[in-house]
Every structure is written in C-alpha cells, then in structure tokens.
Design a protein around this ligand. Structure first.
Ligand code: UGB
Length: 437
C-alpha cells in the first residue's frame, strides 16, 4: 500500500517537477488543469452519449444478438479439455469423430445420439439462443449428456473457439446443423439468418480448411431452396435460383459457399436438403408442434390455403428417417484433399434431397392431430401469407436412395403418433389419447 502511494506521488518526469517551482508556471499549470478537467468532462460526456444514445447500440441487430446470448461462454482449462476429449473419443472399430454443430437443436440431438450409440466420437457445439424456448434445448442437452455427449456452449462465429476444438480433437467429420431456422421469422429478424447461415458457415469452413487433417463436412441445406420451382417432384437438378424467403436465400447462399470452399481448398462437402422434418423433441416454432399445443388449449389454428382454395402441402419427413440419411451421408463422405489451407486435388461436392416423397395437405395434418389428441381443432382458414411460404414441397429422393442408401419408412400418421406420445409425456399432460388410432 505504502509502496503504491510512493509510486503515485512520484512525478513521471523531472521536467514536470521543475515547472512547479515558478509562480508563473504554477499559474499556467492551474489553467491547464482547468482546461484538462473541462475537456475531460466533455470527452466523458461524448462517450456517455455515444454508448447510451447511439442508434446503433440500440439497433435491433446488436440488441438482438446480445439478447439471444450468441456469445461464447468461458472455456478452457484441463478439466474442460478432458470433457471435450472424452466426448469425442471413438469407441468402435472404424468409428469416426464428429463435431456436431447445433447439437442441442432438434436434428442435432437425434444425430448426436445416433452417432454416439454406434460408437463414434461426438462433440456438440451450440449457442443455446432463445429463438424458441431454451429450456427445451437444455432438456435435449441433459438427454445427450446421459449418453456421453458433451455440448460446448459457443457460437459458430467464434473462430478462436472452433480452432481450439480442432487443436484438441482431430475431427474426421463435421455435421453442421447449427442454423437460424424458420421460414416466416426471416421477415422479423433478417440479420440472425445472415449471422448464422452465412457468416457462421464461412467461419466454420475457414477453420475446417486450415485444420490438419481437414474434416469432411455434411451440413443442413433445405427444401426451401426450390422456392418458386413448380416442377414436381423436386430433383437436385432443378433450378434453385428463385428463393421465396430470406431463409431460403441464405441456405442457397450456403450451397454456393460450399462450392467455393470445395473448389479452392479441397474440402469434402455434402449438403442435405431437409424436407419439413418433424418428430419427438421437435421445434416449437413448426406448425405440427404449435398446432398440437393450440388444439389442446382450445385455441384456433390458422391453416393456410393458396389462391382459389388451392391446397398447401408439405413432404413431411420423420426425424428417424432424416437421421439415417445424415449417417448415410457421413459414412459415404470422402476425405477432404487439402492440407494447411491448400488444395491438393479435387474433392467431393454433393447435394441430396432428404424428403419423404409423399406430400400431405396441411388440413390432413390437422385431421391426424385431431384424432391423436381427441380434440376437435378450431380451424381458421387463411390465405397463404406472402412471407416466404411456398404452396407445396415434394422430394425426388432417388439420388439419396442410390448413393446414401436413404429409404424413408415412416408415414405422417405413424410419425405424428410418436410425436404426440412424446409431447404429452414431456409436458406432463395425461390424456387417454392412444388406442383408437
Ligand atoms: O423444409 C424446409 O426446409 C423447412 O421446413 C420447415 O418449414 P415449413 O415447411 O414452412 O414448416 P412449418 O412452418 O412447420 O409449416 C408447415 C406447413 O404448415 C403451414 N402453416 C404454417 C403455419 C401456420 O400458422 N399455418 C399453416 O398452415 C405452412 O404453410 C406449411 O405448409 C422448417 O420450419 C424450416 O426451418 C425448413 O427446414
């Protein structure tokens, strides 16, 4: 303490000390001090105004990113590294080690659990944002923890964290499922789509390209890239240059970005176009999920229809079928060819539809839910809003069938029954629902 005082009182330069001795200088010093104090206040005032009044600091983008806790929590230390290593440890012959981004998400949880079950090493990464109820994500995390999968809490835009993970584990594969999902929400919060689906993808690929060895990457694209395409069923060869939502546009951008990283750096990249995936542990922002909630509550549900009472339909695909498609893509992914950020030869670049090949009108989806929940829905027929929805989706899956061994086996009725079973038990609703279907 006394030492501190001594340091504080010591003039920093001998010259300053000398100045204090002349009365003239003292006067000058006082007036300079007054000036200094005045300008300090002006400066502090300006800082206050900048940080608390600036429109950019309270802009929806900044406040939204803060609110949605996209920042990486602290990480590091031997205990943390041990958890990372243990989770990613391969436990079967010919197993792979996979970094699963978006592991606390719907598809991420199911894929992580399936990989772990067959003995692969799995490390999860998720930012636990609040796009929908984070407690559901925490429940999925708890589920995965029980199977031995650790989820690192962090954002895919955090390059330092990603590099650290690759330093600790030489991942053979990345299953990239972290994304801003939802077609309609893109009009409310466009920047979150750019943040996760474009910037986040680039930061992940930047890290993958420099990793040694480079991993093979399988990632989630979307059926929405077909946009206004009217040729059915949708084939991978069809045009995808007419997206109907910003969500679709960012997924399409992802496919082009994948092409670039494959071309320049020799990264092995496989994009999977998921078709309206549903099932237990699903996303509450999706229609089948909130329809179930609102039917049980006796609330009316908006059912979209196209012009001239046209049917709106989706190729709803059950989660277990999607998981098989993801594993098929991982298992057939060839190695990346680059090293040290340099391409050494051509690498695999693939895109597949993962759908069910059987579109169902949304009104039929509601009828199935009514039977399962034993409650009549209050239907409110509405015109399909012009906010990104397309009238129908229908996947041609012959390419995935041929090359990934993908073969969906669950129809909507069977899949929704499993969903409703899970929904009632998860939310503790006791209800004599089953038996009649
Ligand atoms: O395949 C995809 O790539 C996308 O699938 C999913 O989008 P969608 O197919 O639009 O699913 P979802 O919202 O459940 O609406 C289902 C149906 O209900 C209709 N719908 C919807 C809301 C409503 O209030 N009323 C209604 O009729 C609606 O018109 C639609 O016909 C994912 O959310 C998206 O993240 C992405 O992965």
């Amino acid at each position: 303490m006394s030492q501190m005082k001594h340091i504080d009182n010591t003039p920093s330069t001998p010259g300053k000390f000398k100045m204090e001795k002349s009365p003239y200088n003292r006067l000058r010093v006082h007036s300079s001090l007054a000036k200094l104090t005045f300008w300090s206040f002006v400066f502090l005032g300006a800082i206050f105004v900048f940080f608390y009044r600036s429109p950019s600091s309270s802009s929806p983008v900044t406040s939204d990113l803060n609110r949605r806790s996209l920042r990486t929590n602290s990480y590091g230390g031997p205990a943390w590294e041990k958890k990372v290593r243990t989770s990613a440890k391969i436990r079967s012959r010919n197993g792979i080690s996979v970094l699963v981004t978006g592991a606390a998400g719907f598809v991420g949880t199911h894929v992580s659990a399936a990989l772990k079950r067959r003995g692969d090493g799995v490390l999860g990464l998720d930012n636990f944002n609040d796009y929908y109820d984070p407690s559901l994500k925490r429940a999925r995390q708890a589920l995965l923890e029980r199977t031995g999968v650790y989820i690192v809490e962090g954002d895919i835009n955090d390059v330092a964290l990603l590099n650290k993970l690759f330093d600790i584990v030489p991942f053979t594969h990345v299953m990239h499922l972290a994304a801003q999902a939802g077609v309609r929400y893109a009009m409310e919060n466009p920047s979150s789509y750019v943040h996760s689906n474009v910037a986040g993808l680039v930061s992940l690929l930047e890290v993958c390209k420099s990793a040694n060895p480079q991993p093979a990457i399988v990632w989630a694209s979307s059926s929405s890239v077909y946009g206004l395409n009217t040729k059915v069923p949708f084939s991978e060869k069809d045009r995808t240059d007419q997206p109907a939502s910003l969500y679709a546009a960012t997924k399409k951008a992802g496919e082009e970005i994948a092409h670039t990283y494959n071309h320049i750096y020799g990264l092995s990249l496989t994009g999977l176009r998921f078709f309206t995936v549903y099932g237990p542990w699903g996303r509450p922002d999706m229609a089948y999920f909130f329809f179930s909630r609102d039917i049980l509550k006796g609330k009316s549900i908006p059912i979209f229809e196209a012009a001239n009472h046209g049917t709106v339909a989706r190729d709803f695909t059950y989660i277990d079928d999607i998981v098989k498609g993801c594993l098929g893509a991982l298992d057939t992914a060839e190695k990346s060819t680059g090293s040290g950020g340099k391409k050494k030869g051509p690498a695999q670049l693939r895109v597949y539809n993962l759908g069910n090949t059987s579109p169902v009108p949304v009104s039929d989806l509601v009828s199935i839910l009514e039977r399962l929940l034993k409650v009549k829905a209050k239907r409110m027929i509405m015109k399909l809003p012009r906010n990104g929805d397309v009238q129908f989706t229908h996947a041609n899956i012959s390419l995935a069938q041929r090359e990934l061994g993908y073969k969906p086996t669950t129809d909507l009725k069977t899949g929704l029954k499993k969903f409703v079973q899970w929904y009632l038990s998860y939310y503790g609703i006791s209800f004599p629902v089953f038996g009649s279907t």
